[in-house]
Ligand binder design. Structure first.
Ligand code: ZN
Length: 164
C-alpha cells in the first residue's frame, strides 16, 4: 500500500532548521509517531507532497521552502499586548525570544516576545518557523485506509492523531 488520498499514515520525523545550521528543532523519535490523514492538509504542504507514493518502511529526507511550510515572515506582524492577555506558564520569564500565547476572541494565538515592559510586551505573531527552510527526515511506519469517520472529520484517529 502506498500513500494517497484518504490513507492514514503513521510516521516518525526529525525536523531540522536549515536556515540555522541544520539544528534539530523537533523529533518524534523519543515519543509516539505522528498520525495524519493524507490529502486533508493535516500537515504542511511541502511534506504532504513528499509523502505521495511512499510505502511502509520507506525513509526519505526533504527540504521545504517557507512557501510550502509556515509561510514567509511578514514585517507588519508586531504588536503591543498587555501582559494580562498572555497565557503563560507559572514563573515563565518574559524575555525576547520566548514563545507565548495571546488570548484573543478567536482563541490562542502563538507569538514570540520581541521586547518586554512592565505591563505590556511587544510580540511578533509570525509563526516561529515562518521564513525558514525546513528539513524533514521521515520514516514511514504504517499506512492504512481511513475509516468513514476519519474522512468525515478530516483527520486521523488514534495515538499520535486526534483522540476523542
Ligand atoms: Zn475526529
Amino acid at each position: 500500500m502506498s500513500i494517497s488520498k484518504n490513507k492514514v499514515v503513521q510516521f516518525h520525523y526529525t525536523l531540522r532548521d536549515e536556515s540555522n545550521e541544520n539544528q534539530v528543532v523537533e523529533s518524534s523519535n523519543d515519543g509516539d509517531a505522528m498520525l495524519y490523514l493524507h490529502g486533508h492538509n493535516n500537515i504542511i504542504k511541502g511534506l504532504e507532497e513528499a509523502m505521495v507514493g511512499k510505502a511502509e518502511g520507506d525513509t526519505f529526507s526533504v527540504s521545504i521552502a517557507p512557501e510550502k511550510a509556515y509561510g514567509v515572515r511578514q514585517e507588519d506582524r508586531q504588536q503591543r499586548v498587555p501582559i494580562k492577555h498572555l497565557q503563560i506558564r507559572k514563573k515563565q520569564r518574559l524575555v525576547p525570544g520566548v514563545l507565548v500565547h495571546i488570548q484573543t476572541e478567536k482563541g490562542l494565538v502563538p507569538a514570540t516576545i520581541v521586547k518586554a515592559g512592565k505591563f505590556n510586551v511587544d510580540v511578533d505573531t509570525n509563526h516561529p518557523f515562518a521564513g525558514k527552510q525546513l528539513g524533514f527526515d521521515v520514516e514511514i511506519v504504517t499506512i492504512r485506509d481511513a475509516s468513514d469517520d476519519e474522512i468525515a472529520h478530516g483527520h486521523a484517529h488514534g495515538i499520535g492523531g486526534h483522540q476523542h
